[in-house]
Design a protein around this ligand. Structure first.
Ligand SMILES: [Zn+2]
Length: 60
């Protein structure tokens, strides 16, 4: 996702929390429970909202 330009990591954690609460663009969502800094883009997030957090990027 990072390579494709559809993911960003926001640090430090205070900044990531701010983005999660105040995201100006609703099509960016935090995706993984274990990665507070990682946000991904999908145009459908703006209309359907963010999906439930996944356990981790590796699926374990
Ligand atoms: Zn990431």
């Amino acid at each position: 996702m990072h390579v494709g330009g559809r993911a960003v990591d926001v640090q430090p954690q205070d900044s990531a929390s701010w983005v999660e609460r105040n995201a100006a663009s609703p099509d960016w969502c935090r995706r993984y429970d274990t990665e507070y800094r990682h946000f991904e883009y999908k145009s459908s997030y703006a209309t359907s909202g963010c999906p439930a957090l996944l356990p981790s990027a590796t699926g374990s």
